[in-house]
Write a protein of this length. Sequence first.
Length: 136
Amino acid sequence: MREVERTRFVDAKPAELDAILSPSTLLEAAGTFTVVDTEAIDEGQRVVARGGGVEAVFVFEERPDGYDYRQVGDRGPFQAMETTLTYAARDHGSDVTVRSSVSLGLPLAAVTDRIAAWKRRSELERLLDTIAADHR
């Protein structure tokens, strides 16, 4: 597995982020998937999304300062993908940090997982760009 982390200052206080961020908005803001179904489950929320000819299922767990989510099942672009999004107050806004671990589960993992991390890094940048743009 490879890990990727990005942080961005956003001109919104944590309470404002609580009000606007949801599993659906987070998945769609990354730019790869469109949400097609959501369901409340014991662990949090199950989200089915499609993009690039792939359907994937994610489970989101809310935290006091953001979300933890992971791809579940054997459908989706990754063999394993886990992400934590957190935000902490700073000045008049918040620092938003996204950490993700990814693996494609293919031979030559040193190469294929590096490619997966590169793609995931781009998704995290888009996610943070979208959150920041919504609060200018």
